[in-house]
Design a protein around this ligand. Structure first.
Ligand SMILES: *Cc1c(COP(=O)(O)O)cnc(C)c1O
Length: 398
């Protein structure tokens, strides 16, 4: 057949890939949320206890944040109209960045469209062909993509293995620049990076240090300042990335660090130069959310109380919850289709916990992932534990 004679033929592999996923029981379409993102919510027409959001503090529906968004729309409209470096830097963006820098105890901060673009844009901006990026095996996809875009050599160390990391630093002595990068909290296992050791060893070799605190923002450290605060490492980590999309309740990412770093990213960070900045409402919500972290720390207390209660409940039932130390608790079952089956049966019984399989987690480490929030009541969580027990026994997992 002539090439290009039919669009459909050239894309036939897409359908074949889908069929293969279906055959393996791994094909998924997203469940659709009707109404608000809450601890009990309606997905696909069913009211469920929601253990799948990143809305750690319940801020996605907080009254003060709704008000902040409405006020910003009334006063400033709905769009920024340009990229940051042309005409899209509003006073509100500057205010948020001042607030974030103060919150993170750094000289400066820069807001990106998302945590994804903050990571990918920063890593690809700072490193080049002559450089080496030393990265934890389980780092987030946005770090991996940024590393690939940079064209630097990428060296991966086994998860949390600082000795292996040191060996990679040792063999990278000839490189122009070396970046050591880790997630602060790992999104699939809920464990925390050994940041003090990573920073100590990286400094011995003069490497740049960067931590992605997407799941630690609003969760770990005083008032949710993140892993650097949690470990008392202020001033010792060169680059901190945070997200405004998870505990902060709206959308966005940011880099916090020295003033020169931020000014350089404003010159060369590609998402800053080539993608439009946040609308006023999103920016105003983020500002108001930082105030809530500062003024209502009891939300974070409640999050952790719920996390401890739920994690212990799952463990008492006999589930394998891996090495979690945070409100992210995986229930690891190994087999991909079994994880999807578990997730589906939980859903039928009124609990939404997303099934996650390869390539998001390694083959053989499939799981359902649970994330509790400050908004869950003890009733919500006890109900969810009862359902986990029932379905877990039914599927022979416990
Ligand atoms: C969610 C996540 C991101 C991306 O953040 P968004 O603001 O949703 O783009 C980056 N890194 C990690 C570790 C994450 O979990």
């Amino acid at each position: 057949m002539r090439r290009g004679s039919s669009m459909q033929d050239a894309l036939a592999f897409v359908q074949e890939e889908i069929d293969e996923l279906k055959r393996q029981g791994l094909f998924r379409l997203p469940r659709v949320l009707e109404g608000e993102q809450r601890a009990r919510a309606v997905f696909d027409g069913r009211t469920v206890v929601n253990l799948s959001s990143n809305n750690y503090l319940g801020l996605a529906t907080h009254p003060k944040l709704r008000e902040a968004a409405k006020k910003a729309i009334d006063e400033l409209g709905v769009g920024s109209g340009a990229v940051r470096t042309i005409a899209g830097t509003m006073q509100l963006h500057a205010e948020l960045e001042r607030k974030l820098a103060e919150f993170k105890k750094t000289e400066a901060a820069l807001v990106f469209q998302s945590g994804f673009t903050a990571n990918a844009g920063t890593v690809s901006c700072l490193l080049g062909r002559e450089d080496v990026i030393i990265s934890d095996q389980l780092n987030h996809a946005s770090i991996i993509d940024g590393a690939r875009l940079s064209r630097a050599e990428i060296k991966v160390f086994p998860h949390r293995d600082v000795d292996a990391m040191r060996k990679l630093l040792e063999e990278s002595r000839g490189a122009r620049r070396v970046l050591v990068i880790t997630d602060g909290v790992f999104s699939m296992d809920g464990d925390i990076a050994p940041l003090p050791d990573i920073v100590r060893v990286a400094k011995e070799y003069g490497a740049i240090t960067m931590v992605d605190d997407a799941h630690a923002s609003g969760v770990l450290g005083a008032n949710g300042r993140g892993t650097v605060d949690h470990f008392g490492l202020h001033g010792q980590v060169d680059i901190q990335v945070g997200t405004l999309s998870k505990a902060i309740g709206c959308l966005g990412g940011y880099v916090a660090g020295g003033r020169a770093l931020i000014e350089y990213l404003l010159q060369r960070g590609r998402p800053i130069l080539f993608s439009t900045s946040h609308p006023p409402a999103v920016t105003a919500v983020a500002i108001a959310a930082i105030d809530i972290l500062l003024n209502e720390p009891e939300l974070i207390e409640r999050l952790w109380e719920n996390a401890r209660f739920f994690k212990k409940g799952l463990q008492d039932l006999g589930f394998n919850t891996g090495i979690s130390e945070t409100p992210i608790t995986p229930v690891i079952v190994g087999d991909g289709p079994l994880a999807m089956k578990l997730s589906d049966r939980l859903f039928e019984e009124g609990v939404f916990a997303q099934g996650i399989a390869y390539p998001t987690v390694p083959v053989g480490a499939a799981r359902v992932r649970t994330i509790v929030t400050a908004e869950h009541t003890k009733d919500d969580l006890s109900f969810a534990l009862d359902v986990f027990g029932k379905v877990g026994r039914e599927l022979g997992i416990i």
